[in-house]
Design a protein around this ligand. Structure first.
Ligand code: SF4
Length: 372
């Protein structure tokens, strides 16, 4: 029987089911071996870019690190190094995740080559993007993806006004451009009979969650052929202090329940036309009930500075001390298999920020596992 897709399991918070699906891999890791990672995540960025992202969202997971980019201090990742990495991991890892931590991957000057490289080397591609730069070249590269590959586009708004409030984009036309790019991608996908999946993501805040706006958004997504519309609320961090105003749009419990009921109604009306996923939120991070990070044994994250990190949450200048090596200077497996990495992996979690939901879920499920 075919494995359930990771994205479906993640939407439902079923991390244990995913671990069971990948049992052999997790078993090796828990025995103290060093298997190949299941996935490699890359945050493409290069100093020749004018900006790290076209938006400046209040809830950007990497917003706290934006200062690091001023003054051109971050050199980024050389394109030939990404290309070499992809060839090195071919047939060894399952998928490449292209995303960003304060960076928008489609601004990377060689992004279409990167996307093509991933798919031509028979790796699954998960692309997380705001899709403002989802131009023709990018769309042509993407439709080579099959059912196990997807692009997830953050829109978070049903109209331009909301989009501007939630994202603070560089241009006022961003919402319309993104919608058009999504429509053109899906038209191309249909014309070429590609089975690439297209998801949209909608972070619910006080600014963008009235019923009419949500209905308009779902109607549009359904009409143009988006596969799944995901809704979620931002998560309040406990270990990285943001400005108190940054929390201002997090909804009260009461407001969230109203929005949830509205969404359930919309879902009932639309059932069969589009899949609507409401990811039940952790409203606030929980304290970590685990003492060892096992996520780092199954993923490798290459941050915008070319450094390999144990996870997405720490892939930034601020946590440089947690890096295992620089992909601009060493080959992927020279870092992954190095004694330095294996020695460093038992670090104290007291110095970590909050995990993402997925990182937390996996570590939580594995917390009682005995290391053989
Ligand atoms: S933040 Fe979470 S996932 Fe990342 S290294 Fe720390 S414990 Fe692991």
């Amino acid at each position: 029987m075919k494995n359930k897709s990771l994205v479906d399991l993640r939407q439902k918070g079923k991390y244990l089911e995913w671990i069971i699906q990948e049992y052999d891999h997790f078993y090796e890791m828990l025995k103290g071996k060093n298997p190949f990672p299941l996935q490699v995540e890359i945050h493409p960025y290069h100093s020749s870019q004018k900006i790290p992202c076209t938006n400046s969202c209040v809830y950007c997971t990497g917003q706290a690190y934006r200062e690091s980019f001023r003054g051109g201090n971050i050199k980024g990742i050389e394109p030939d190094k990404i290309s070499k990495l992809i060839k090195d991991v071919k047939s060894k890892v399952k998928r490449i995740v292209i995303s960003g931590n304060n960076t928008e991957p489609l601004i990377y000057p060689w992004i279409a080559d990167v996307l093509r490289d991933v798919l031509e080397n028979n790796l699954d591609l998960f692309l997380y993007t705001n899709f403002y730069k989802g131009n023709n070249e990018v769309r042509e590269a993407l439709i080579e993806g099959d059912t196990d590959s997807f692009v997830r586009i953050s829109l978070d708004a049903g109209n331009s006004d909301s989009y501007d409030k939630v994202h603070n984009p560089i241009h006022k036309d961003c919402f319309k451009v993104v919608q058009k790019n999504v429509e053109d991608l899906i038209t191309l996908r249909e014309n070429r009979r590609s089975s690439l999946k297209v998801y949209t993501h909608y972070l619910l805040t006080e600014e963008n969650s009235n019923k009419q706006e949500l209905t308009n958004f779902v109607d549009w997504a359904s009409d143009v052929g988006v596969d799944v519309v995901q809704f979620c609320v931002p998560q309040k961090p406990i270990t990285i202090e943001l400005n108190p105003n940054d929390y201002s749009a997090i909804m009260s419990e009461e407001a969230y329940n109203t929005v949830k009921n509205d969404l359930l109604e919309i879902k009932e009306q639309k059932d069969g036309y589009i899949r609507i996923a409401l990811i039940e939120p952790l409203r606030e991070q929980k304290l970590k009930p685990f003492f060892r990070c096992n996520v780092q044994g199954i993923v490798a994250v290459i941050g915008y500075n070319g450094l390999m990190f144990p996870c997405t949450s720490v892939a930034s200048e601020k946590f440089k001390h947690m890096t295992y090596g620089d992909i601009n200077k060493k080959d992927f497996f020279d870092i992954w298999n190095s004694g330095e990495r294996l020695k460093k992996m038992n670090f104290s979690l007291g110095n970590c920020p909050d995990c993402t939901r997925a990182e937390f879920g996996i570590n939580e499920e594995l917390r009682n596992e005995i290391i053989f």
